[in-house]
Design a protein. Sequence first.
Length: 363
Amino acid sequence: MPFLCPLFLAIQCRMNYLLTIFIESLFFVSLKLFTVESLSGISGISCKSNLSPACWSQAARIDVDCFLFDEEDVMSWVSIDYDKCTNCCICVLRCERCFTQKKDTVTAQADENCCNLCGHCVSLCPTGAIVHHKMDMGNFPGIDEPITYKTEQFIQFIRERRSHRHFTKKNIPRNLLEQLIDAVRYAPTGSNDQNVEIMIVENPERIRRLSELTVDYFDRVGAAYAEQLERIHKGDEEIPQNLSLMEKFVRYRERMLLARGKGLDAIFYNAPAVIIFHSTIYGTTAKDNCVIASTTMGLLARTMGLETTYIGLLEIAARSYQPLIEELSLPKGNRVFSVLIAGYPKLRYLRTVDRRPIKTRWE
Ligand SMILES: Cc1cc2nc3c(=O)[nH]c(=O)nc-3n(C[C@H](O)[C@H](O)[C@H](O)COP(=O)(O)O)c2cc1C
Ligand code: SF4
Ligand code: SF4
């Protein structure tokens, strides 16, 4: 009967799914001619001999998913290799929307309605029985012994991080930047949206232009706030709620114009790389995602001898200043949410620094 298998599966591709299950069950159970070996001969996945008719059809469906459909046509994003599955139900526990336990069989029906590509099912399955068709199955390296860190050392690593604003002229090798970018994809994003994008600016002319435009923005806004503050101090205007922000912008402006007058880069401190984290504004946690990504990169960079500083000033200016927005020319609908400068540090901090305790409420 092996010649029947491709024929059967070809028919199956074109048929309504429920009808297919029904016919498969009848076919397999009544004739009992379709052997385990004949299934595995086509697919490399064989079914357990004690599986129910429902499981037989599930196995056949996996067979189709894996081998006959184009990627776009895959019915379930996830398949289970029933040769390996022990019915431990860990996948059901973790993801009960995409996995179901029916009698003694676990089935998977994952699509965009239930699956956000978190990969947890593949990561958790003790026997490696789960295949996710929308993910790179070659990029799930095993975890033998989870790496552990000494708490005190980790705290020291956090405390030793400083904002660096003096860099040597040495450029960051491209392979290190690529490694940093690659690592950031493993940082978490809200709903696993994975929509953080990165722009690396190394061209000194381009960096200078972005710096100039940022200063221009603070020059304008700071000047307007300075005028408004004057009116407030004269009593001509009521004290607004954002008074301290206005005062801050006025100070920024003074500082930036002073630096610009001396020919200094008031925004990026002549760093060899400006790293801009941007994403669609329509994400639910767009800023969080970008800040987590930049923080992840900043900490990892330290392991390479690099240091960084967040540059909120560019992010603030890029929210509304049209000439800067145009210069950045991000994809439509994207906005800057976090910025780092990076480079090899000129200064070495010899002590960690004091910070105010976090105001904490215990309930
Ligand atoms: C969200 C954010 C935005 C920042 N923006 C700037 C900036 O535009 N320019 C700058 O020189 N430093 C910037 N910093 C660095 C802070 O001034 C710095 O983190 C703070 O003074 C504490 O110093 P530390 O980072 O060495 O602990 C920013 C920091 C954060 C967290
Ligand atoms: S976690 Fe793996 S072995 Fe356990 S039920 Fe799910 S697919 Fe089967
Ligand atoms: S990748 Fe995540 S959401 Fe998708 S099926 Fe697996 S556990 Fe469920």
